[in-house]
Write a protein that binds this ligand. Structure first.
Ligand SMILES: C[S@@+](CC[C@H](N)C(=O)[O-])C[C@H]1O[C@@H](n2cnc3c(N)ncnc32)[C@H](O)[C@@H]1O
Length: 270
């Protein structure tokens, strides 16, 4: 344990879940996700991680989520001269370091306390810009000076928003950045009803509000919003890296629509 005190609560404290999972994965010989920075940050923290009790199954999902969203970002930047990436609810994630883009203007948004904490662990490259704001306080959008095509990423964020606020956000993004790409992970409404029992949420007191069953529902929020892709964790290509038990569990989950939809990644053009 390090000496950096962590004084976060509720949805801000939830950033410790994925950080812990990425750090734990980084210790493995053949990890799903290479993220030594997560381990470095984890070791500097003075925080009792046993309190949030991240089960192995949740950790596997969270590192796969990060890896898959990294893939979307890499594919997006691959064939373009200049792009803008907007990473909402960035927490202490090291996506910029993992993807290492040379053609991106990169924005990272989170609450002020989180961005201040982030500054203690990261040296910010010149093409990275921090935005300290709630994502629902829409004035932050004026801080974005975009260039080229835009990809907006929201990993582990939208479930913490009420639908009214999320709709306002998406419509504002749609108006300000028409044609931008948007990738995020989402729970089903069934998951939203049942997930509050998760120890992690009970301990942090974070509340989950939003879920979606039919991804096409979002198209009704505004003309021009287009649903592109729904990606299920059970489709993960590198499944051989999982233990026999989890390979079997993923195969079984893939057979049930409710299990597949419980948590997945959605891609839109807005
Ligand atoms: C589960 S963590 C995910 C963090 C990061 N994306 C990752 O994968 O490690 C949720 C993050 O969303 C942020 N968050 C939640 N609600 C937010 C809001 N209204 N505005 C800005 N950030 C928010 C939290 O502060 C936290 O950093």
């Amino acid at each position: 344990m390090g000496d950096q005190e962590i004084l976060l609560s509720k949805e801000k404290e939830t950033l410790l879940g994925p950080l812990y999972c990425r750090a734990r994965e980084a210790k493995k010989e053949d990890p799903i996700l290479e993220d030594k920075k997560a381990l470095e940050i984890f070791e500097k923290m003075k925080y009792d991680f046993s309190k949030i009790k991240m089960p192995e199954k949740s950790c596997i999902t969270l590192v796969i989520r990060a890896d898959k969203i990294d893939q979307y970002v890499r594919e997006f930047i691959a064939d373009k001269k200049q792009v803008t990436i907007i990473n909402l609810g960035v927490g202490l994630d090291n996506r910029y370091g993992r993807v290492n883009p040379c053609n991106a203007v990169w924005y990272e948004l989170d609450f002020l306390e989180v961005i201040e904490l982030r500054k203690k662990f990261y040296q910010k490259p010149d093409n990275v810009h921090y935005i300290s704001s709630s994502v629902t306080d829409l004035k932050w959008i004026n801080q974005v000076n975009s260039t080229g095509e835009i990809l907006i990423v929201a990993e582990g964020l939208f479930m913490y928003l009420k639908e009214k606020k999320l709709k306002e956000l998406l419509l504002k993004l749609h108006k300000r950045f028409p044609g931008a790409n948007l990738v995020f992970d989402a729970y089903s409404t069934y998951t939203v009803k049942n997930i509050s029992k998760h120890v992690f949420l009970r301990k942090t007191k974070a509340e989950i509000f939003w879920g979606i069953d039919d991804p096409k529902q979002l198209e009704k929020w505004g003309e021009g919003i287009q649903f592109k892709e729904e990606w299920f964790f059970t489709e993960y290509e590198d499944i051989k890296k999982l233990s026999f038990f989890y390979r079997l569990a993923f195969k079984a989950a893939g057979l049930s629509k409710i299990a597949r939809q419980a948590h997945r990644i959605l891609y839109y053009k807005i």
